[in-house]
Every structure is written in C-alpha cells, then in structure tokens.
Design a protein. Structure first.
Length: 147
C-alpha cells in the first residue's frame, strides 16, 4: 500500500461518515412527526457500509486463502435501509392526525441513540481528516529529504 492510497481510503471514510451524518440528521428532524397510519409514518433510516478490498500483490490469487491476501481500499455505502422495529402508537384522540380509534403513530427514532451515533460519526470524520493531514505532512517531509 502506497502513502498516496491513504488519501483515497481516508476520503472514502469521510464520504461514508458524511452520509451517516446526513441520515442521522434526517432521523432527528423527523423524530416527532406523526401519522394516522402505520404505512405513512416515518421510519428511522441507517446506512449500510462495506469494506472495499483490493489484491495486495496486484495479481488474482486462486488459493483457498485468497481473502487473507487482500488489503483494504476504503469503505463504500451500499445503501440506506429503513429500521423495521415497531412504531410508537399513542392514544391521543384530540390530535388532528388521529385515526378512527384515536391513535397517532410516531416514528421509531430514539433521539438519544441518534445523538450518540452523531457524536461517533463526527469523531470518525474528524479522525479521517486528521489522517489526511498527517499523510500530507509526511509527504511534505519526504520532499524535503533531498535538500
């Protein structure tokens, strides 16, 4: 792995964490929205990440242990999935969005968990940014070695 590939790996991590932060923000923004039916109620969304791999030696390996010869090349967002956990049904017959039985449905968003995830995602983003700055500094030091 070359030092220049560090920028690609850290950049993919920053992009993934940015997607995570946007998803968390959407969840928090819709935490108190209500609906009169289960089908129309907002459901929490979560990004799905996967590791991108590359061959460490540049040649395809046909051995049984091919997975062990691969190096990380970053992270990618495979998609965003909706949380299928149960929605919150509350009996509020005077609410304008209440259904015939008097229930309104709130999203399955836990704001405390979302805030903890937001802190984690922002720190991961910050770590990747610091990694890029460190790699840049190392490259600058390499360029001054010949002077």
């Amino acid at each position: 792995m070359s030092l220049s590939s560090v920028f690609n790996i850290a950049g993919s991590g920053m992009s993934a964490q940015s997607t995570r932060l946007n998803t968390i923000s959407s969840n928090i923004a819709n935490a108190e929205t209500v609906s009169s039916s289960v089908d129309q109620t907002y459901r929490a969304r979560h990004p799905v990440f996967a590791t991108m791999l590359q061959q460490a030696n540049g040649q395809p390996d046909q051995s049984l242990f091919a997975e062990q010869n691969q190096a990380g090349a970053g992270v990618q967002v495979l998609g965003i999935v909706e949380d299928q956990s149960e929605l919150q049904a509350r009996y509020e017959p005077n609410h304008p969005a209440a259904n015939e039985e008097g229930y309104v449905y709130y999203p399955n968003v836990n704001v405390v968990e979302e805030m903890a995830d937001m802190i984690s995602a922002s720190r991961s983003f910050q770590t990747n940014a610091e990694l890029m700055n460190t790699a840049k500094t190392m490259l600058q030091k390499v360029l001054t070695l010949g002077q």
